[in-house]
Design a protein around this ligand. Structure first.
Ligand code: DOR
Ligand code: ZN
Length: 430
């Protein structure tokens, strides 16, 4: 029998380097691991070329926009950018137009993702106006709910109701509504007004509600927030910009929520990351049109990362700050664990056949061109590895700089049987 797809090279996942071998794919799933390639319809043989064959990367916080915001980004352009950087799954945010807080809007979004996404996907629902609509949304194939600062003001009782449900993931933007100020502030005054105290206060508020849901705090920008979130039993992610971007100016390119902090804080955040207290990297890919990023008075917050962040953060491995297995935990198994996807982020028989093939070096400048947001500030340009192929459910979506036109994308939360939606056990931790 000929295998559907076989991918050979140095096999590696969050458990470490397994040596040279091949991943054999059948029906979108890893059917086996072999030392030599069996006969295959589609053979990608990277043995002897210094390439790693790793589980597909996952970005659990992206804004693909679409719907009425397609001029900024859409489900196709955003996931094409993701595929080019080795990301085989994304989870989309609900602050679209319309907001994904009704069954109707969410259905429209899920249809667009099903039709256009090149990589596996899911979506978080926004907080609706009443708890009945929340139950309807929860029965749809979503990854969880997203809480924004405004929800704590306008829909607090619904937030509390959702947090009381034990089988839900609730992803929280950790700022209180009081932190949200007019857009015309400068970046440095925002850093003061939207200080770390608002982040910690938001985490305190959520913890005081004694949630039964799994709570994930996304884009922690302050070391103290991280400490507080972990002591409450919440998982946390960090963005590349809060971690590494130490030189920034008043330019709109650097406007982001939560704001960029001082170099001292990002160093402390990096120290926490290296100490193993972060569960995942997430990009918060937040694309806007060029004109929205050029005008200081109407400057929109957000940094578009999807085509660059795994390559840039690999520089931490090259610098020997992170080990390769730790990096793969943060870009793949860690996010899978937060999402509750047991069949993701690992190379073993029965897992979803999402695979990223990459090669370290050369240290070079990236020139992304698939995302609609092509304003690339200098700090996003650095790349320390090259993505050779991105494979989604066994389909080679991206190979050596080219989108192949193939896709095997699914929403794992609507997969028949839900085989990839099982809770994790402690032994999954590194
Ligand atoms: O900078 C940001 N941009 N932070 C957010 O929380 C939202 C995002 C966006 O949607 O543009
Ligand atoms: Zn976001």
């Amino acid at each position: 029998m000929r295998a559907e797809t076989v991918v050979c090279g140095t096999l590696v996942d969050y458990r470490g380097v397994h040596g040279e071998g091949c991943v054999v794919v059948e029906d979108g799933v890893i059917a086996g691991i072999t030392s030599r390639p069996p006969s295959a319809v589609n053979l990608l043989d990277h043995r002897g070329r210094g390439a790693y064959v790793a589980p597909g990367f996952i970005d659990l916080h992206v804004h693909l926009r679409g719907l009425r915001l397609s001029y900024k980004e859409d489900e196709y352009s955003g996931t094409a950018a993701a595929a080019a950087s080795g990301i085989a799954m994304v989870v989309d945010m609900p602050n679209t137009v319309p907001r994904l807080a009704t069954v109707e809007a969410l259905s429209e979004k899920l249809q667009a993702l099903e039709r256009y996404s090149l990589v596996d996907y899911s979506v978080y629902a926004g907080i609706p106006g009443d708890i009945e609509e929340a139950s309807r949304l929860a029965s749809m194939p979503i990854a969880g709910f997203k809480v924004y600062p405004g929800d704590l003001l306008d829909r607090f009782s619904v937030v509390r109701g959702i947090l009381g449900s034990s089988d839900t993931l609730v992803v929280v933007h950790p700022e209180l509504p009081e932190a949200e100020k007019p857009l015309v502030e400068s970046n440095s005054s925002r850093t003061l007004h939207r200080g770390c105290h608002w982040e910690i206060a938001a985490v305190e508020l959520i913890a005081s509600l004694q949630p039964r849901a799994r709570v994930h705090i996304t884009h922690v920008s302050c070391p103290s927030t991280l400490e507080r979130a972990r002591s409450a039993g919440f998982t946390v992610d960090v963005t590349p910009h809060h971690l590494l971007l130490q030189e920034w100016s008043e330019d709109c390119l650097f406007r982001v929520n939560p704001p960029l902090r001082s170099p001292h804080y990002s160093m402390l955040l990096l120290e926490k990351l290296l100490g193993g207290t972060v569960d995942a990297f997430a990009s918060d890919h937040a694309p806007h049109a060029v004109w929205e990023k050029s005008e200081p008075l109407t400057c929109r917050p957000g940094i578009p990362w999807l085509e660059a962040w795994p390559q840039m953060l690999y520089c931490l491995v090259v610098a020997k700050a992170l080990r390769l297995d730790e990096y793969l935990w943060l870009v793949s198994r860690g996010p899978a664990r937060i999402l509750g996807l047991s069949g993701y982020g690992v190379l073993e028989p029965g897992a979803r056949a999402n695979i990223t093939v990459f090669k370290p070096g050369p240290d070079r400048v990236l020139a992304p061109g698939l995302s609609k947001a092509r304003y690339i500030p200098y700090f996003m340009e650095r790349s320390c590895m090259e993505v050779l192929a991105t494979i989604v459910g066994g389909a080679v979506v991206y190979r050596e700089g080219v989108l192949t036109g193939e896709t095997g994308a699914v929403n794992p939360l609507s997969w028949p049987g839900g085989a990839h939606w099982r809770p994790y056990h402690e032994k999954d931790s590194p």
